[in-house]
Ligand binder design. Structure first.
Ligand code: NAD
Length: 486
């Protein structure tokens, strides 16, 4: 049985309370590890180590030296690719084909992309005449914010954690990471990587535990934390924002969504169905950018429903390393119950169940896992629970529309505003709509295609702030103005 320790000041440490909780494999429900829950003493020690590191070697090295270290981190993740893959898969049960293409490579890339950004981004400067006839030159310098708390979800554990740790370190900060209680493994393993490349002690720290009354709340309310970056549910983001208000700390929040896809009759049908299959069902629907509402122009409505049904039914559930496995379980029994509860509400509210709606029949040894069927509904009103609430499961509601105006109104009538995908060959119409849909990210004839230099984040209740490329610098540094008179 594996043990997951906290990683503080370059060392793996247990805890003073002796409290541990289980790490469960969602494929079969078996306990695969014990996690040492960090209490206040461990969180205090981690924040103190991160604060001290700012004044030590880390605070003194040049950007070029920092860049070399981060490049080495990426190299070491790639060198230990299989260890990271095994760790991520044991925690999440996701297919190896997915994790080896997305989670682990992006985890490494997140350390490289921001090196170039930090090295090549200029700061502003202004020249002016002073009243006494002299000159004043102002210029900006970017300084690290200090200790950054990084609070992470379980759906893409390494990818989303490094998406924050990469730029935070590139900008010269130190971090204390609180991984999800469901997925402790890759954040813990990254400690070994940090030590292997010679990262100064205290730059990267990990504390394990839950949210309220546990490591998450202790960390986000800690007075020596200078900024909090969070990915997770909107409700949690709201609690974190309240904690950040004490001490007036900045927050960057990447939160929930209820993303729509808009399919016009002139779309490239094959591209659209291929893409929708991924956006609705990939990672068992546990992708913040995933599609849960599909709006289809009436002439091709039935055709899209039939094609997506066929695809949903071809998503074979199974063990992560089996070649024909297309879908894994959802993260936990608790999440399975939530998703199945929403499946039931769709039925109760009068949905036509096109496919799925329950638990797949699994072999005996996997029956203890948290499996759910890919599910498609039609026929619900826009006010139905599964059309308005985030489900975070492999499912979608498909409804027909007749005009651009109508579909725009429906897409925007939701409290979330994370992402949309539009499918059409009429590029003017696509661009016109993209400008009006209230989201942070809009794809045209694509989904989850990312250029890491571009802004990432949500509108409305999906988030505050943008990260990615130079936008990450806005959060992870403070801009100081220097004026010299001569
Ligand atoms: P969650 O909000 O339950 O938990 C996220 C993290 O916050 C966990 O580490 C948890 O322990 C911690 N936490 C919980 N309560 C806390 C508190 N009061 N104080 C401090 N920390 C606390 O989210 P989840 O269930 O792990 O992830 C799924 C959610 O994440 C979905 O809503 C999904 O849309 C969202 N998400 C958003 C993005 C994005 O980029 N916008 C990306 C991935 C996931």
């Amino acid at each position: 049985m594996k043990e997951f320790l906290n990683f503080i000041n370059g060392e793996y440490v247990k805890n003073v309370s002796g409290k541990m909780f289980d790490d469960i494999n969602p494929v079969n429900g078996q306990v695969i590890g014990k996690i040492y829950e960090a209490g206040r003493p461990e969180v205090d020690a981690a924040v103190a180590a991160a604060k001290a590191a700012l004044k030590g070697d880390w605070g003194r090295i040049s950007v070029v030296e920092r860049a070399k270290l981060l490049d080495a981190v990426a190299g070491e993740i790639n060198r230990r690719f299989d260890d990271f893959l095994q760790a991520e898969i044991a925690d999440t049960g996701k297919p190896a084909s997915l994790a080896s293409h997305i989670d682990i490579p992006r985890g490494a890339a997140n350390f490289q992309i921001f090196i170039d950004t930090i090295k090549s981004t200029a700061t502003e400067s202004f020249n002016m005449r002073t009243p006494d006839g002299k000159t004043a030159l102002s210029y900006g310098v970017r300084v690290p914010r200090g200790v950054i708390a990084v609070v992470c979800p379980w759906n893409l554990p390494l990818l989303l954690m490094t998406w924050k740790v990469g730029p935070a370190l590139a900008c010269g900060n130190t971090v204390v990471v609180k991984p999800s209680e469901e997925t402790p493994a890759t954040a813990t393993l990254l400690g070994e990587v940090m030590n292997a490349v010679g990262m100064p002690k205290g730059v990267y720290n990990v504390v394990h535990g839950f949210g309220p009354d546990s490591a998450g709340a202790f960390l986000t309310s800690h007075p020596d934390v200078n900024g909090i970056t969070f990915t997770g549910e909107t409700r949690t983001g709201s609690a974190i924002m309240k904690a950040a208000a004490d001490g007036v700390r900045p927050v960057s929040l990447e939160m929930g969504g209820k993303n729509a896809a808009v399919v016009f009759a002139d779309c490239d049908f094959q591209v659209t169905i291929d893409t929708l299959t991924r956006s609705c069902f990939e990672n068992a629907g546990q992708v913040c950018l995933g599609t849960e509402r599909v709006y289809v122009e009436r002439p091709i409505f039935e055709k899209v429903v039939a094609a997506l049904k066929e695809r949903a039914e071809s998503m074979k559930p199974g063990l992560p390393f089996e070649k024909d496995t297309k879908i894994g379980p959802v993260i936990s029994k608790e999440h399975q119950e939530k998703v199945l509860g929403l499946y039931k509400s769709a039925k109760d509210e009068g949905a036509t169940i096109v496919t799925g709606g329950g638990v797949p029949d699994m072999p005996e040894e996997l029956k203890g896992g948290s499996w759910v069927q890919p599910t498609i509904w039609t026929g619900l009103p826009e006010t139905a629970t599964v059309v308005t609430e985030e489900i975070f499961g492999p499912c979608c509601h498909i409804s027909p529309f007749d005009s651009e105006e109508e579909v725009l109104g429906k897409v925007n009538a939701n409290r979330y505003g994370l992402a949309t995908a539009i499918f059409t060959q009429d590029i003017s119409r696509a661009n016109r709509l993209a400008h009006q849909i209230e989201v942070g990210l809009c794809w045209i004839n694509a989904w989850f295609l990312r250029d890491l230099r571009t802004p990432f984040g949500g509108s409305k209740q999906s988030g505050i702030g943008r990260e990615g490329g130079v936008h990450s610098l806005e959060f992870y540094t403070e801009l100081r103005n220097v004026m010299v008179k001569f």
